[in-house]
Write a protein that binds this ligand. Sequence first.
Ligand code: NAD
Length: 428
Amino acid sequence: MKINMSENVIKHSSENPFQSMISRFDKAAKLIGLDESDYNVLKAPQKTVIVNIPVTMDDGKVRVFEGFRVVHNANLGPSKGGIRYSMDVNLDEVKALAAWMTWKCAVVGIPYGGGKGGIKCDPRSMSKGELERLTRSYTDLMFNVFGPDKDIPAPDMGTGQQEMAWIMDEYSKLIGYSSPAVVTGKPIVLGGSLGRVEATGRGVMVSTRSALGKLGISPVGSTCAVQGFGNVGSISAKLLAMQGLKVLAISDISGAYYNPNGLDAEEAIAYRDSNNGTLEGYKGGEKITNNELLELDVTVLVPAAMEDQITEENAERIKAKLIVEGANGPTSASADDILNKKGIMIVPDILANAGGVTVSYFEWVQNRLGYFWTEERVYRRADRVMKTAFESVYAASKEYNCSLRIAAYAVAIKKVAEVEKLRGKFGV
Ligand code: NAD
């Protein structure tokens, strides 16, 4: 039997992402005086579903993929969260990502709970047909979990509009009529929202502006480095450049590219798009490593690739004045204390990258209304949500005398716990 070796690659993260989430949750819960029963309810996911998905591959053989969907909490509304296709997917990662979605939706004040899904697979090594069969079978197995009023998936790493279109189609087939609101991040012609593709990067830019304002630093003449050049990283880089920041470095899985005079983010996007989606061979900057990028002397560092990039191992060497977390969980809990001591401001993931779920919510609203907004309206409303959320988290950080991260958790946990008390313990 031929074994796909890529399946055996293990991600060496220094910390378990779920433990990282719990350690912040614990700090914030203590700060707001969360009572023990609310603590016990909110720390654990409400629902965890694990499925084995048989897929007939192009060579006629059947492979079985492990798939997950976790609903962390559905107190505020249907659970919302992306689906990730990656060899690194595991239950603890999905549990952490689901909990972050709960806190994220609460921080920005949208009526959703938190969920997340994932399939352990290497999408780049699969054909379009194999990916379609995998996605449809996963949807069949999750039919009782998904639903526009229950649990609403979206894209995450390794998935995009095409997967969402397949999920929408498969779910619609099973219920017998078209249900666009069952997923967000759909192609525009299928009921997607204008502005959704840019939403997360735009939220990163808006958060960066708000944070620089508090630090008394002008964006014009500031510098930034962006790790990850997918949806979030590339759009963040482009929009930060439009705000007057000089982009000194960008990176993706092929490595990092550094230019002390600044590089052209739009040109790099065009290069990536003409080069199979990667920066491999990009000549706009000198090649450095992803770790070196994190340690550059820049005003703003935007980790926008994956979890656990800034850890206790490299935190001491981080020189940025501001970290804006485009990715989910890029900073491990043990790195927080080191960065806080160094006086580095961190706009945490559950605030900084919440522009994506905000516009996903707008997409769902538009689907249910059957009436679509202009791009200008989407941006205006999303920017307002992001600015308001930043100010409420900033105010909480002053009230509790804590970091923006713990303040964001405090704001979110308070809200979800309040609803918990009003509703009772049933939750879903
Ligand atoms: P993506 O798949 O579009 O891009 C990921 C990028 O990171 C790619 O450039 C990839 O090459 C790079 N990358 C992956 N592993 C890497 C590594 N080990 N070192 C360096 N680069 C690496 O994904 P995305 O949608 O941009 O998501 C990135 C992060 O942002 C994830 O943590 C995701 O959960 C989070 N996020 C995404 C959204 C969204 O709307 N897309 C919203 C909120 C949060």
